[in-house]
Ligand binder design. Structure first.
Ligand code: HEC
Ligand code: HEC
Ligand code: HEC
Ligand code: HEC
Length: 439
């Protein structure tokens, strides 16, 4: 690795070298670099503040601290190993939206994509301009293979490896194979970056030992491995590579001061973990951001209360399939043997039963008045049921079949195409699919 000379230091050092010996290869002067890094946020916007010790970190303080650090080190590199979003509860979607906004305000140089960042799909990420990188993503032009940054005379090339084995999309139709498990292209690109004299950084959610087996670390200066819970690990060296382990939940920042030798390899490093206690001022650049988030949470809460009120007072227009069973035993039996009656389990199997983008086709009446809310309040509206196709049935039931079901006259195509869309059911064929569920 060759490194560009630092303009200010270059002249006197070169003179000094030349007078020592003419035969030795000329060494370039050392360079220094400052890297500030962070790991998984796992959907944490702000610390809870329930206890003194838990009240550490958060996006506002992080942004405030970064502004201070940038004053001291204008050339610092700011990188993240990703894992920002979460989808463990229905509220995480809104949080994720604000996490993306907050991260965008901090001006990161590179962020490694993790599977959890795809919780709400690729398009969801486009609402904020963030420097994602996913080096083994198959399709071209979706995510950057690498992020190149040059600052203070130092070139940095950032790569991120998504582990295909831990993909939550493995079992979904048409969604597998988003990434390749072969590190050949990554190796080539790392080599090329080394040839350009760049400091190479690779981020992954693998543990260090597994990364050492699978990934071409002989080409990597800095490896960032799977985040530890809250606390940063001590860096350690393995061959050429310095291995970093960030802490999760956004409570701290990692600070790395590097000295690079004449070949551009890391000759020494100093590592610090920067806490973010209450004394760190919130960033003015994010003024209003948290208030806006809170207003959205409140509005969502009130809408939810109204939903529950309708459900509780028995006014829901949906009844669930049990209410149809008595008068339509044959259709009910056919349905209960069909995959539709297990559609929610399919979401649980892939850990997506909390994602509104998935729930909408795998339950009854989601986001409609009186429709599915969650597994506790609306157990009877899980899965694809009669009312997913025939419409809300309470009036029909209460009139003992006098009043027709709402979707009467829709026709089969119109009914099925609510959910059997091209992306979600590429092999859909009206006749053969109907045969399998006809009642
Ligand atoms: C537009 C409606 C729709 C949405 C939205 C949707 N699905 Fe589906 N899903 C379907 C349909 C229809 C099928 C059946 C496809 C087929 O077999 O032709 C299906 C099948 C599946 C299966 C396969 C079940 C099996 O056992 O083969 C899984 C798993 C699944 N979906 C998960 C998800 C996840 C996760 C999401 C959210 C990211 C999602 N779905 C969003 C309609 C949808
Ligand atoms: C996946 C969609 C879907 C689901 C789920 C579904 N149906 Fe149907 N159902 C249809 C369609 C489409 C027709 C019209 C059939 C045709 O094209 O001849 C139909 C027809 C019927 C009919 C009229 C049959 C006739 O001969 O007039 C009854 C009654 C009925 N369904 C009851 C139910 C009940 C009860 C359930 C739940 C236990 C149920 N259906 C679930 C799509 C569905
Ligand atoms: C108390 C008995 C009873 C219950 C409960 C009942 N139905 Fe019916 N249903 C009928 C009768 C009777 C007819 C025939 C009406 C006609 O042909 O004019 C009928 C017809 C239908 C039809 C075909 C005509 C139409 O309106 O589309 C569908 C579909 C249907 N029922 C779906 C359902 C679903 C879904 C449920 C549960 C939400 C349900 N039924 C519950 C008695 C019942
Ligand atoms: C409310 C959404 C929804 C509607 C409407 C719907 N489906 Fe489905 N369908 C699904 C989902 C979700 C699955 C996947 C269930 C699973 O495998 O767990 C599925 C699976 C199926 C399967 C099994 C496919 C497989 O690969 O095993 C058939 C067959 C099917 N649907 C037929 C139909 C037909 C025919 C219609 C229209 C009359 C229809 N569906 C309407 C959501 C829907």
């Amino acid at each position: 690795m060759k490194r560009a000379l630092l303009p200010l230091l270059a002249l006197p050092l070169l003179v000094g070298n030349a007078s020592c010996s003419e035969t030795e290869p000329r060494k370039q002067p050392p360079a220094v670099a400052t890297i500030v890094y962070s790991g998984n946020l796992d959907g944490e916007l702000e610390p809870c503040g329930c206890s003194e010790t838990g009240n550490l970190g958060g996006i506002l303080r992080r942004a405030g601290k970064l502004a201070e650090l940038r004053k001291l080190h204008p050339d610092l590199f700011l990188i993240s190993s990703g894992g920002l979003l979460a989808n463990a509860s229905p509220r995480d979607r809104l949080k994720s939206e604000y996490i993306l906004k907050g991260m965008a305000a901090m001006d990161y140089d590179a962020i490694g994509l993790q599977w959890r960042d795809l919780s709400y799909g690729v398009d969801f990420l486009k609402q904020a301009a963030l420097p994602w990188s996913a080096s083994n993503w198959r399709e071209k032009g979706v995510f950057a293979q690498q992020r190149r940054v040059e600052r203070g005379g130092v070139k940095l090339a950032f790569f991120a490896w998504l582990d295909p084995e831990s993909s939550p999309f493995r079992r979904m139709k048409g969604e597998h194979g988003m990434v390749t498990g072969h590190p050949d292209r990554l190796r080539d690109e790392l080599r090329e970056a080394n040839r350009r004299g760049a400091l190479t950084v690779l981020s992954t959610t693998l543990e260090a030992a597994r990364a050492e087996q699978l990934l071409p670390l002989q080409e990597v200066d800095i490896l960032i491995v799977k985040s530890a819970y809250e606390r940063y690990g001590e860096p350690r060296r393995s061959g050429r590579t310095l291995i970093l382990q960030p802490g999760s939940r956004g409570m701290r920042l990692g600070y790395l001061h590097l000295e690079l030798d004449g070949r551009g390899d890391i000759s020494s490093w100093r590592h610090e973990v920067i806490p973010l206690p209450e004394s760190v001022p919130d960033a003015p650049s994010l003024a209003g951001w948290y208030e806006e988030y809170n207003a959205r949470v409140k509005a969502a809460y009130l809408a939810n209360v109204e939903q529950r009120r309708l459900q509780r007072s028995g006014q829901s227009p949906y009844t669930g399939a049990e209410a149809c069973r008595g008068c339509h035993l044959k259709p009910w039996e056919r349905w209960s043997e069909s995959p539709h009656s297990r559609a929610f389990q399919a979401l649980e199997d892939v850990g997506k039963s909390f994602d509104p983008d998935c729930i909408i086709c795998h339950t009854v009446g989601f986001e409609k008045p009186g429709g599915y809310i969650d597994t506790r309040l609306t157990m009877h509206l899980l899965d694809v049921q009669c009312e997913s196709c025939h419409g809300a049935g309470r009036e029909h039931v209460e009139s003992k079949g006098e009043k027709p079901t709402p979707n009467r006259g829709w026709g089969r195509e119109k009914i099925c195409s609510q959910c059997h869309t091209r992306p979600h059911s590429p092999e859909f064929d009206s006749d053969s699919y109907w045969e399998r569920i006809a009642h």
